[in-house]
Structure formats: C-alpha cells, structure tokens
Write a protein that binds this ligand. Sequence first.
Ligand SMILES: Cc1cc2nc3c(=O)[nH]c(=O)nc-3n(C[C@H](O)[C@H](O)[C@H](O)COP(=O)(O)OP(=O)(O)OC[C@H]3O[C@@H](n4cnc5c(N)ncnc54)[C@H](O)[C@@H]3O)c2cc1C
Length: 417
Amino acid sequence: MENSGNEFDVIVVGAGIMGSCAAYQTAKRGHKTLLLEQFDFLHHRGSSHGESRTIRATYPEPYYADMVLQSSLLWEEAQLEIGYTVYYKTRQLDVGPSDDKSLLAVIDNCRSNSIEFRVLDHSQVVEEFSGKVALPQNWVAVVTELGGVIKPTKAVSTFQTLALRNGAVLKDNMEVCAITRREEDNAAGGGVLACTANGEKFYGKKCVVTAGAWTKKLLEKVTAGFDIPIQPLEATVCYWRIKEGFEMDYSIQGGFPTFASYGKLYVYGTPSLEYPGLIKVALHGGWSCDPDKRRWSMSSEPALAQLREWIRETFVGRVESDVPVVTQSCMYSMTPDEDFVIDFLGGEFGKDVVVAGGFSGHGFKMGPVVGRVLADLVLDGVAGVDMKHFTFARFKDNPRGNVKEFGDQVLSHSNPT
Ligand SMILES: Cc1cc2nc3c(=O)[nH]c(=O)nc-3n(C[C@H](O)[C@H](O)[C@H](O)COP(=O)(O)OP(=O)(O)OC[C@H]3O[C@@H](n4cnc5c(N)ncnc54)[C@H](O)[C@@H]3O)c2cc1C
C-alpha cells in the first residue's frame, strides 16, 4: 500500500497527559496508534510539565468525584505496569467558611460517592494538625483520605513509555497544521489526513485532538467558523520556604496533606516533596494569553499579597511568606464553566474526530480516565462516563460562566486544582 508507513488506526494530536494517556489506551487495545507532538516530548510550554499536581476526590460538582475514583485506580495500574511511583499518596484537606456553597457541595458529594470524610471545626483542626494549621473561627475543614501528589513530567513520560511498549509510534517536533477528511479512495473508507508544518502527511481512520492551550487555534484551522471558548491562561506556581525546624511538619513524609481553600479566593497547594524545605502554595487562575506569545512572568502583586496573607494565617507564621523562592509558569486552558470539553468534533468529521480540551486547571488527575474515555469514544463511539457536562453544545447557554477578572489576572472561584 502506497502510504502504509503513514497509515494508522488512530492519530493522537498533542502529547501532554491527555494525549499520552489516550495513545496508551488505543495502542493497548491493539490499534495502530500515532502520537504527534509539536514540540520536543516532555517540553515545558504546555500544561503537563513540572513536579507536582494534586489528586483529590473532593469536588463541588457531583460528576467529577466518581471520575477521580476511577482515575486513581488507573494511576495505580499504570504504576504497577511501569514499575515506579508517580502517585504519592497523602490526605486531602479542604478548608473554607462553614457556609461556603462549594465546600458544602463537596461534603454532599463525598456522602453520595461513599468517600469517607470528616468535618472539623477550627479548634479540631488545631488538634488534628498539631498546631501546624489554623483557621478563622467560622471556617471548617473537610479531611479525606484520597489525596496526593502526582509527578506530572514523570507521569507523561510513563504513559508515553507504556504507549511505545504497546506498539504506538511517537513523533515529536510535528506541528499538525491541518486535519481534513481523506479525499482519495481508500480501503478503510473515510478517515482523516493530518498534515504537519514540516510537510509530513499521516492518514488515520480516527483522530483524537488533545492540544491543550492550542485547542482553539487548531480547531479554528480545522473547521472554518468553529469558535470554542477555551481561553489559554498563563498561570504561576509558587514555592515558599518553610521556616527552619518546621520542614518535616509540612512535608509529605511528615503526613502533611494536599490542600485547597474555598475562601474569598481559591488557594491550593501540595506538601513539601519535590524541593525539600519548600511548600507549593498557589492561586487558581492566571493571565489570558496567546500560548505562542507568553510573558513567562510572575503572579501580579495583588494576587501575591493575598497569597502571603493566606499563608501567614493558615500556616501560623511557620512558612516564610515574603517572596516565593521558586516560581514556575504553566498554562491553563479555561472554559467559561471550568468543565472539560470531551466531544466528537462532528460536522464533516462525524464521530471520527474526538476533541478533549479545556481542562481548566484541574485535569491532570483525570488523565488516565480521560484517556480511557477518549479511546472508548473514538473506537466505539460511546463512553462509560456521563458526557453531558463536557459537550460543545453547552457553550451556547453559558458563554461567559463564572470566570472572574481580577486586575489583569483571571481568577476563579469554582474549581481549585
Ligand atoms: C499551574 C498549574 C497547576 C495545575 N494543578 C493541577 C492540579 O493540582 N491537579 C490537577 O488535576 N490538574 C492541575 N492542573 C491542570 C493540568 O495540569 C492540566 O489540566 C493538564 O495538564 C492538561 O493536559 P493536556 O494534555 O490537555 O494539555 P498539554 O499538557 O498542554 O498538552 C497538549 C499538547 O498538545 C501539543 N500541541 C498543541 N497543538 C499541537 C499541534 N497543532 N500539533 C501537535 N501538537 C500540538 C502541545 O504542544 C502540548 O504538548 C494544573 C495546571 C497548571 C497550569
């Protein structure tokens, strides 16, 4: 066959966590899979690089908790298959005002998903965390056992390795600039043609687009007039120094939890793990940007001021909160309602192209389950998860949602990472 070296059952565009997990799933099911990435593999320009991502089952929305439970099992399976650890377990601590609607919804969802939880008032928190954490009097804490840190770059590399082991072909420095219907006659009938900026052509019976912050740009090229409200945001992760003598108290080895705060702003963080003596505490949000023209700069001063105050009060002065010691830039792909987009592209592509994007700063933990759903959708046309919250169609009713402008920084109040 003339193009046989370039013929695949499934082409996956974008090798972040979602694309790598999808490629692993389709390859493992015996389908000839190609994973294409525009930059070097494991680059730092998208959303899936770095040293830590939180996994937690505590979501205000009922439909995510079950997905996290499934994903957590899939993370464990992948670890067994690869033979090393990417998922470091600890507890999850969610705090906020006792009447905070999101926090109350978290509690309801724990109950309905049989996730064990405890609600502590401010004095019980002092006792539970031996004075390392303090809350205002009218705040409560929800403690759950399913928390932890996933190592993102290591995890992406894990799924790429597993995809390779299952026969997938991986190619980097391949920017897909066009996805079209395959025109010429072919035995398979239909299918797609993916063309790259450096002149390569790949044919696939099916295609999965997992292009992260580039999703809108790519889909606008693929389907004229297609407008999808996935806004790239440049986000900053901040690490703060723990005061001498207290390093173990705030470390994962010392049992400190991953955490999120549902107060006036969303603050989230992970215990000290990747950088000894430093703890990650950051704000959920970022600056609107073009993913190809980033500023690579720090959080705005007003945002940092709020973080400082939160750290000082919550960690009882044991974490230095003058300036972050390490900062890292990362990319959010924000949808107006902060729910994911996982749907068929439709139109001329029907069910042959599936898109997954808009993970809105909380998708990493879901990578394995999203990969499975994408394989189900693209290979079988149906997924074993309720997809109604993830459709393109929903944007007709909610064009703006609850993303809130804060100076020139977009901060959010609904889904901490
Ligand atoms: C600061 C920060 C903190 C976060 N914290 C958490 C957390 O604690 N917990 C959690 O669950 N989630 C968290 N997230 C969110 C999570 O990291 C993302 O949801 C997830 O990484 C998104 O993965 P992705 O595969 O969709 O995107 P990406 O990782 O960006 O992958 C998309 C890939 O597609 C490639 N690509 C794009 N266009 C093309 C093209 N035309 N041709 C070829 N390749 C292309 C890109 O180069 C990129 O490699 C956080 C995100 C950030 C930025």
